[in-house]
Each structure stands twice: as C-alpha cells, then as structure tokens.
Design a protein around this ligand. Structure first.
Ligand code: CA
Length: 499
C-alpha cells in the first residue's frame, strides 16, 4: 500500500521532501509491480453510458424498458442501489471520478480536463498505467461534446486537437468513434422548442429523435462496441484497464429503427405521476433547466421522448451484450473486473423535469454494477460514490492507491453487501449552485453555498418521489439544522486536500 507517511498532512511536515513530492504531484515512487507477474493481475473493463438513469433499466425495476444484457451483468456482480455521482452533468462528473477529487476540490465545474488542477498527480487510468497496465479508452471517457464532438470524431468544442477534455497521459492507446448522430438517415423529429412542427432535425444538446436506417455499426456506439471486441480479442502482454464510453442515451435519441419497435406506439408510453401545483414549493434554482414547459413539449412529444430514450437504452444494452460476449468467449471474464455505470442520471418527465442537472434522485443517483471474478452476486444498499471506483479497483488489482484521492475503498461491500461504507452521499450541480446531501432518510438540496437560493428537504421514506418540500415545516427544524451541518462539514472535508 501507499505508505501512510505520504498522506498530505504528513507530507507538509517533511519540508523538502514535501516540496519534491508536491512538485512531482504526490506521485508514488517507482516501484516494482507487487505480488508476482503481470499475468496474475486482474484486468479492469470500465463501461460507462452517458446520461443513463437507473430508472430506465429492468434490473433497477423498469417494467417497460428491457435491458437483458445489463441485467445479466447485474446478476453476476454487485448491483448498487444507492450509488451517486458527484456532479449531475458530464464535464464535472467525469473530471471528478477520473481525477479522484470532488468538484469543489479541483473547482472543475465545466467541460475541461482536470489536468491543470491536479498537476502530475495520477488520474484513475493513469494510476494503472504507471503501475504496469495497458490503459485504453474507446470514445467518451473524459468529457466529449455530444453530438458535436462525436460527429467530428473529437470534440465539437475543439479542445485538445479534437480529443475533447481528454487527458493524453492517462492512456496507452485511445480511439474515437465518429458517428452521424442527428444527421443519420432515417425518420427524424425535433421534439424540443418545436410547437408548430416546422423546426427541422437539428444538432446540439436538444431533444431530437432519429429512427435510423441501417445497423448498429452506422453509429458511434456500434463502432465503440466493435472496437472494444477487437481490443478484448488481442493478445495482451500486460494487464489492461479498458474504458468503453457509450454516448447514448444522451440526446439526440438516435438508434437503429429496430430498437424503437418495442416502445411503439409512443402514445402508449406512460409518463410519471404528477401533482397539481408541484412547483409551488420548489425554489427557482430547483426547477430544472429543461422542463416540459420551457421545451414546449406537449404530451405527445413527451411520450415520444420517453419511448426514444428507452430505444437508446435498448441500443446500448445490445452493445454491452456484444462486449460481454467477447469477454466471456476469450475466457478473460475469469480475470477481469467489469464495471457498468453512467456519469449521472436523468429525468424522464418527473415533476415535468427532463434531462440532467437536477439534484433529485432520478438525476443524482446512478446505475452501478461491479462484477469481480469469483464473487457471489449481490445487491448492496450502502451509499457509494463514483469517486470510490478509483481506490476500489486499484485495491482489487493490488496496486498502490495514492493517498490524495478522495474516494473510499469499497471492496468490503463486495464481500459483505450488508455492510455500509458511507452514511451519506454528496453531489453538486454547479450550474444551479446546488448541493445535495442524501442520507438514508433524507434528501437535502440547497442552492447557493450560503443558502440564499433556497433549499428543499424530502423525507425519502414517506415521500420517495420528492413531492413535498419540508424545508419550512416547524417539526423538521432539527433535521434541517443537522443536514446543514452535514453539508458544511462535507464541504470543509472536500476542501481539505493537497491541491
Ligand atoms: Ca453525461
């Protein structure tokens, strides 16, 4: 293990040594791979979907959107019911779990690489690369613009010579998967801001549906799965950390037409339960940035959006199936840790909210499955965070875990799913100045650090759909004070770091 004397506080006491370590980014000294030859070490296959809410997966209880391949993976591993992202949109979420720091430690709140903030401290894949692994990404692992960057095979924001917010030193190899996105031939419709139906199919972060002609390989995710299968089947001289980034179900909802069939006619899709005057007790910053109202989506368009999202999920489920089939056929499922997750969740019409950014459970909680060879399948209800993946996988592979990383080792949960490693989860939405503290019983959402943007408190036992804001209820004053104290303490702990 990384020697405890290298912890940030101890380093500060060793002045010269500390300076050296800080300049070199708190790196581990060059060491031999521990315990035997590289062939004995576990590989890591990290599969991440973009904007995927757990509520759309059949293994998380969805009865309409069937995801047999993700369900199979869940049936072989540990499925976490209370995994939370650290930020509710792509840029800061990915920068966080890849760098090992909470967003308020690096202050990476946008769509950029965390590298300028972490110096030469190790990212998650880099930790593996530096300790003898071949690290490869296929498509979007660090942030990339969707659909712009995917159309171009890089990033529409032109970061980093077409590699988005990527971090080149994290990777031995990297591959992009360009695809036509909203330009794919097929039957398209723009659902957002199109009340008279005259708006053509467009690009950008907009609700657009295309029931596309042709097969999976027309699209970025089909190419990504195909590349992943090739890479899995190659001869590996070193253990590997392979990151596979699918861009669906992020908008535009584009997939081969066959994936839409189970969800037609769209008019049969059932929108979530809604309450009259639901927004009356929600602070302005708590009203999501995309709503049925401001997107001008009538019920027909909303039902189609739901069906098209499900079709996009079914499409990536099929791609997961191809990757897992290749892993099993190659025999490497016996020495490979497989992780399936998403960078954050998504609203599908709850409270008339759509998409990400919100700090309610549909958006802040993420699907997470971890499958370790030889483990007993399980469902775990402990709070865990995406930040925990870095130290946990490093530990499982027998690597040194840098002391600076802010996540926790959750390997104990894989052996004992009844155990708990956290009594709360922490997540932020910088775009709304929002903070979430989620405990077993309560969800506390606060807008602006000084609380001046308002707050929400939900009793998750009595009101799991978060309809009744208790923030002004006199009998909950003590709970509110406790949650405010938790938020204050958490932010202080996040900011107590070596950066
Ligand atoms: Ca995303």
């Amino acid at each position: 293990m990384f020697h405890p004397s290298s912890s940030p506080k101890r380093l500060a006491a060793f002045c010269l040594l500390a300076m050296t370590a800080a300049i070199s980014g708190g790196r581990l000294p060059a060491e031999q791979p521990n315990n035997g030859t590289s062939t004995e070490r576990l590989n890591v296959l990290f599969i991440i979907s973009d904007d995927l809410t757990s509520t759309a997966l059949s293994c998380y209880g969805n009865e309409v959107c069937q995801t047999p391949n993700i369900d199979s993976l869940a049936a072989e591993g540990t499925r976490f019911t209370r995994a939370y992202c650290q930020a509710t949109y792509c840029g800061p979420s990915r920068a966080s779990f890849l760098s090992g720091y909470y967003p308020h430690a690096t202050e990476v709140f946008g769509y950029v690489s965390p590298r300028s903030k972490i110096g030469d401290r190790w990212t998650w894949p880099q930790c593996f690369r530096e300790q003898g692994y071949e690290t490869t990404r296929v498509s979007k692992i660090f942030h990339m613009g969707v659909p712009g960057g995917i159309q171009e095979g890089g990033d529409g924001r032109n970061h980093n010579q077409g590699n988005g917010a990527d971090d080149p030193v994290s990777w031995t190899h990297r591959f992009n998967s360009p695809g036509p996105e909203w330009k794919a031939p097929g039957e398209g419709e723009t659902l957002e801001s199109n009340p008279d139906g005259k708006r053509p199919v467009v690009g950008g972060n907009t609700f657009v549906v295309v029931e596309a002609e042709g097969d999976d390989l027309v699209h970025s995710d089909g190419k990504t799965a195909d590349k992943a299968v090739q890479l899995i089947n190659q001869q590996h001289d070193q253990p590997f950390w392979l990151g596979i980034g699918f861009v669906r179900p992020h908008v535009p909802f584009v997939a081969p037409a066959k994936y839409f069939e189970p969800f037609k006619p769209f008019r049969n899709r059932q929108l979530p339960e809604r309450l009259d005057n639901d927004w009356d007790d929600i602070p302005k910053l708590g009203i999501n940035y995309k709503t049925s109202l401001n997107m001008q989506m009538d019920l027909r368009k909303q039902r189609k959006a739901l069906g098209a999202y499900y079709a996009s999920v079914a499409f990536i489920d099929a791609q997961v199936g191809k990757v897992m089939a290749a892993l099993k056929a190659s025999g490497q499922d016996k020495n490979t840790i497989v992780i399936f997750t998403s960078d954050h969740g998504y609203h599908l019409g709850e409270h008339d909210f759509w998409a990400k950014v919100s700090l309610r459970d549909e958006s802040a909680q993420v699907p997470l499955i971890i499958r370790v060879p030889g483990q007993r399948p399980a469902v775990c209800h402990s709070f865990v965070e995406l930040l925990d993946l870095y130290p946990t996988t490093a530990k499982l592979c027998g690597l040194d875990v840098p002391a600076n990383v802010q996540g926790r080792d959750i390997t104990s949960l894989l052996k004992d799913p009844e155990a708990s490693v956290r009594d709360e989860a922490f997540c932020v939405a910088p775009m709304r100045k929002g903070f979430l503290i989620r405990t077993n019983r309560w969800a506390y959402l606060q807008y602006r650090e000084d609380g001046s943007g308002g707050a929400e408190l939900f009793d998750m036992r009595e009101d799991p759909k978060q309809f009744h804001n208790l923030i002004d209820s006199p009998e909950h004053e003590d709970v509110v004070r406790e949650m405010q104290a938790r938020l204050h303490a958490k932010l202080a702990a996040v900011r107590d770091n070596d950066l």
